[in-house]
Ligand binder design. Sequence first.
Ligand code: CAA
Length: 447
Amino acid sequence: MTAVGIDAIEIWSGKLKLDLPNTFAPVKGDDPEKYTKGLGLEDSSFPDTYEDIVTMGANAAKQLMDRKGLKPSDIGRIDVATESAFDHSKPVSTYIAGCLEQVYDGDFRHANKGERKFACVAGTQSIDDAYNWIKAGRNRGRAALVVATDTALYARGDPGEATQGAGAVAMLITEEPSIVELSTEQGYGSMDETDFLKPNQQFPSVDGKRSMQVYLARMREALEDFESVAWDTHPEDFEYIPFHTPFPGMVRKAGLLGFRHMIRDTEIEDELEPEIGRQPRETDFESREAFEEAIRAHMDELKRTDRYQSWYADTIAPTLELSRRVGNWYTGSVHIARASALRHAAANGTDLVGQKLLVGSYGSGAQAEIHAETVRDGWKEEIEGLNIDDQLESRYDLTWSEYELVHDVHEYDKETDIDVEEFTQPSGEFVFTGWGRMNERRYDYVE
Ligand code: CAA
């Protein structure tokens, strides 16, 4: 069977950054460690005044097309995943295609374009759509371009304000891909939930603590569903487990839950028994509450064991290195986690060919999806092509009052009375230039 998966990845970060321990925490009157240790974040990326979901997505896509030497006719599908769209009808993919057509010969006239919405899981769903389109033989030898792009902004003062971020991930989905092949098997955990939503509003209504519970519950269901069609997973099966990362602290909880699930009835549970006992089984308890209390106590002990900590350091921590520095990119977040792990492996000389990843995506509202990926021969060369480190180093470091201004500029309903200057100088990229006669957003390429 033909392998289908991710052939190339490019990342575009917003050009500004907000330093959480040094700029955000003092204004909020918080201990900086709430951010660095609790949430696990150093900085958030922000869009400059001339950036938005279209410019970031188009810039990531252009980097990808240039590096792979692609022309528009090589691409048969452009799917954009976002939860920051500004139009209920015209998809962001048409804007991104319009940008790219400014700089390439030819056009995307015969490419199928769309926009996927299911909170943060939509990026993975767009990859699914591309996978299915290729597997169905409808691609005529062409590749699919998937762009996950978001400005993850919260209302000022919302507890989510600390987890903001902005950036785009462009991915090329092809037959015989260079980076990873996707498994046919998938698991879902999906329920109608009211944890995080944007009913005709720019910034989300969030029940933060509940959203974390829902994330974990749906992720567990997705893993069980995956196992029902794949195999009983074991912690040593996977080199890395990239999860959707709204902030690294969330993944700390997901990693522990996953480990507990995977070691049940294995030699690892036997090995840990003298130290922390066996995992509580629900059938041994009279009430659900008593069982849950016992599980919480057991997990507290499990997370302190050397066995768990070394697994976490090897399998989960490398997926969080980029996220710590950029915040939540919503639809792009799990794809940043995968890239982060691969980048870590490349920097450490780890041979990954043939190794497996387990990828856990999540979208509020709510749905988790889990599938496996097998690393392919060309992964290292592709990942070494990323310039994300340079991008992160060159971000403009916002003061608090500049941050307030940038947040206002990007708030649709707010009139910013002064003509705000950009903080960075665009060069070789697409920029937002203003609105047209039908209130459409307009873009130019700046040499
Ligand atoms: N030193 C070390 N750790 C500290 C600390 C200190 N001085 N102060 C606090 N902490 C720890 C806390 O103990 C806590 O960790 P645990 O959960 O492990 O106990 C962590 O830092 C955060 O502290 P709080 O819970 O007090 O933080 P908060 O109440 O201000 O907000 C939040 C946390 C609810 C996640 C908030 O940021 C939020 O609403 N975020 C948006 C929603 C979100 O991201 N939800 C995630 C699941 S939904 C999803 O994944 C979809 C999506 O992308 C949005």
